[in-house]
Design a protein around this ligand. Structure first.
Ligand SMILES: Nc1ncnc2c1ncn2[C@@H]1O[C@H](COP(=O)(O)O)[C@@H](OP(=O)(O)O)[C@H]1O
Ligand SMILES: [Mg+2]
Ligand SMILES: [Mg+2]
Ligand SMILES: [Mg+2]
Length: 322
């Protein structure tokens, strides 16, 4: 299908990923008028500049121009070259000084293609710290994940989470209902806790997370959904724990966690790596994390960390399969 391509790392990218990156970078560039503009974003134009990508580039250009015209806020039309250069405004390396926008134009592309969860994730780094985060989750129920499969619940679909450092976290509908303050759950007994993890077994080790949950005493089965919608759901107390343990050799990217992490911490939660270290977003496009990423409330974190470390130790001592 020409609207879906495979990237060098074999992950999918669609016209929607590119289109979203164009629109967000274009609007930010026009609206942010103070200081220089820097953005670290997932997609780049390299594959779209190949002759074989002419059809997909044309489709992205048409879709972006249709969207701009329908919205009507900006009187602009982009050429194909304009599309390519808008995508490439996301090429910044980020780092510890100055301000950098961090964008995942579609996080959870596999979920998006499956009709599952996905998120448009935008954060702002200031001197290496995340100070602002927004997560748009078009397929997430507005009130609770428990309404995911119930069309009879009356819950609206689509949730927009946002957080500003020191000001808390909020959720509103995608149409702009009054924002509601959110906070992580207050569960302190793991027996009553449930945990979120990736739907895709290629993105996280489901055997290891199962063993962590068992050690901790979690009874509920894992809640497997795509994207940073997991962080949003955790931040409003739909579940108590987030676990992510990629297979060996995978390097985490800042756009996969920056917006989600501030939404959770501003909702009163804690986000760390498997050793209990805070995530450091100041090191460039990648995150330097030890083994995995975990998040929960302040009450459960000490016992979660203990279970994580025990499960990792046990896995490393297990005889490797022949
Ligand atoms: N082998 C791998 N291990 C861990 N994460 C991976 C991966 N391959 C891709 N990913 C990342 O996992 C993200 C989706 O996470 P989740 O599993 O929580 O939905 C992807 O974001 P994109 O969909 O933006 O590319 C991608 O960055
Ligand atoms: Mg991707
Ligand atoms: Mg992503
Ligand atoms: Mg993405």
């Amino acid at each position: 299908m020409p609207d879906i391509q495979s990237k060098a790392d074999k992950s999918p990218v669609t016209v929607a990923d590119y289109g979203s990156q164009v629109l967000v970078s274009l609007v930010l560039n026009m609206e942010v008028t103070s200081g220089s503009f820097s953005m670290v974003a997932e997609e780049d134009s390299e594959d779209l500049r190949k002759d074989s990508a002419e059809e997909i580039l044309e489709h992205i250009t048409d879709l972006v121009n249709e969207t701009l015209a329908e919205d009507g806020s900006y009187n602009i039309t982009l050429s194909k070259e304009g599309i390519l250069s808008a995508i490439d405004t996301g090429k910044s390396e980020g780092g510890p000084s100055g301000r950098h926008w961090v964008l995942d134009p579609i996080d959870g592309t596999k979920g998006f293609l499956r009709g599952g969860q996905y998120a448009i994730a935008l954060a702002l780094l200031d001197e290496g710290k995340v100070v602002l985060g927004v997560l748009g989750c078009p397929n997430l129920p507005l009130t609770s994940i428990s309404n995911l499969n119930g069309s009879s619940s009356g819950d609206q679909t689509g949730a927009l989470f946002s957080a500003t450092i020191g000001c808390g976290a909020e959720v509103e509908s995608l149409e702009g209902s009054p924002p509601q303050k959110i906070s992580v759950c207050t569960i302190d007994n793991p027996v009553n806790a449930s945990f979120f993890e990736s739907y895709e077994g290629a993105h996280t080790m489901h055997d290891l997370t199962g063993s962590i949950a068992e050690k901790l005493g979690v009874q509920a089965p894992p809640v497997r959904i795509d994207s940073q919608a997991k962080y949003g759901a955790l931040a409003r107390g739909d579940g108590a724990i987030y676990l992510r343990f990629p297979h060996k050799g995978y390097k985490e990217k800042i756009w996969d966690h920056a917006a989600g992490a501030i939404v959770v911490t501003e909702a009163g939660g804690v986000v760390t790596d498997a050793s209990g270290n805070d995530l450091d977003f100041s090191k460039g496009r990648f995150l330097d994390v030890d083994t995995g990423i975990i998040a929960t409330n302040k009450q459960l974190m000490p016992s979660l960390l203990k279970s994580v470390q025990e499960a990792i130790k046990e896995k490393s001592q297990a005889p490797s399969p022949l």
